[in-house]
Design a protein around this ligand. Structure first.
Ligand code: NAP
Ligand code: ZN
Length: 342
């Protein structure tokens, strides 16, 4: 079969490899779509630890073509999405229900072969059913949506909440939609690119703002700003120093900041501890998708999340290596790799 192989840092290419051999607990998935994520580019540049050679791709869905003897609850021909993050189930964090903090966490597409290939071996406990009439490309969004759901859960958005989302990439645009579904009535998205601001307004943002606006903080929190006094919840979805620092200043007294964006390791940001204390801010990290993949799959199946408008382009396996090795094109939100375009 064809698979995109990360052979070493800076070296990625399409190769002919053997089809995965499934064990008793595995499904053999024919990949329908796999999303390119910033993490794939970080792997290529050696900015995220992994052990090449490996096939990247952790945002995948596909059709069950074969299954091991111990699998139950699935049938040949089922459409499924896979949660790529495999917790050991045995460490202290797993036993505390914090599977995303598992001491032995292994991810499909990082530590073992992933979805930029024609086939993938998926442990059945990581698989979740999708409707057979769902668009084949939509299943690839379950993983990023699951990560956003964890952030939304931590934020405890309630009907009437005021929310700011910083960063209008796919994570920010999914988070805007989830904030709307959670009942927020003011949803402000900050991102630099005008096309993304326009898209966010169509997806449920009640206001958008360019972070380059003069007196940006005041334009949001000032007396005649978009959310006078600040917002109940800030969801940081850009992963840069500027947005992390803005987060603490956009939250109202008693508000909550959820950091979803991944800043480069070692990056430092400034905040005033006095401000945290005096205004009792709650600052939370949101890492991965603990127990949210099923809900993400159900949400996508329900059609409640707009997906098509987030897909900037679809490429074949032949073009995938070049997409991963290069920075995203301006305006691009999500590129999907589709092994057999239909
Ligand atoms: P992305 O496409 O890079 O989106 C981030 C966007 O933030 C950028 O495209 C950029 O859009 C915007 N941005 C940059 N600087 C900004 C600024 N100063 N103010 C406002 N917006 C700014 O990436 P993504 O796929 O959406 O992911 C977003 C972040 O979440 C990444 O750091 C990713 O690693 C992380 N992530 C975390 C998890 C988790 O489990 N916590 C899971 C998946 C991804 P403009 O050019 O329009 O400004
Ligand atoms: Zn564990």
């Amino acid at each position: 079969m064809k698979a995109v192989r990360l052979e070493a840092v800076g070296s990625i290419a399409l190769r002919e490899v053997d089809r995965p051999i499934i064990g008793p607990d595995d499904l053999l998935l024919r990949i329908e779509a796999c999303g390119v994520c910033g993490t794939d580019r970080h792997l290529f540049h050696g900015e995220f630890p992994c052990t090449p050679p490996v096939t990247p791709g952790h945002e995948f869905s596909g059709i069950v073509e074969a299954m091991g003897a111990s699998v139950s609850g699935f049938a040949i021909g089922d459409r499924v999405t896979g949660d790529p993050n495999i917790a050991c189930g045995r460490c202290a964090h797993c036993h505390a229900g914090r599977v995303n903090l598992c001491s032995n966490l292994r991810a499909i597409g990082i530590h073992r072969d992933g979805g930029f290939a024609e086939y993938l071996a998926l442990p059945w406990k990581q698989a979740f059913l999708l409707p057979t009439d769902l668009k084949p490309t939509h299943g690839a969004f379950c993983e990023p949506l699951g990560c956003c759901l964890h952030g939304i859960d931590l934020a405890q958005i309630r009907p009437g909440s005021t929310v700011a989302v910083l960063g209008g990439g796919v994570i920010g645009l999914l988070t805007v939609q989830l904030a709307r579904l959670a009942g927020a009535t003011t949803i402000i998205l900050s991102t630099r690119q005008a096309s993304r601001r326009a898209l966010a307004e169509e997806l449920g943002a009640t206001a958008t703002i360019d972070p380059g606006t003069a007196n940006f903080i005041d334009a949001v929190t000032g007396p005649s700003g978009l959310a006078p006094g600040g917002v109940d919840v800030v969801l940081e979805c850009a992963g840069v120093r500027e947005t992390v620092e803005q987060s603490m200043r956009l939250a109202r007294a008693g508000g909550t900041v959820v950091i979803i964006g991944v800043t480069p390791q070692g990056l430092k940001a400034e905040f005033e501890p006095f401000d945290l204390l005096f205004r009792e801010l709650k600052v939370l990290g949101s890492f991965l998708n603990p127990f949210t993949h099923r809900r993400a799959a159900e949400l996508i199946a329900s059609g409640a999340i707009e997906i098509d408008r987030l897909i900037s382009r679809q490429v074949t396996l032949e073009d995938a290596a070049a997409v991963i090795a290069n920075p995203p094109a301006p305006g691009e939100v999500k590129v999907l790799v589709v092994p057999s375009p239909r």
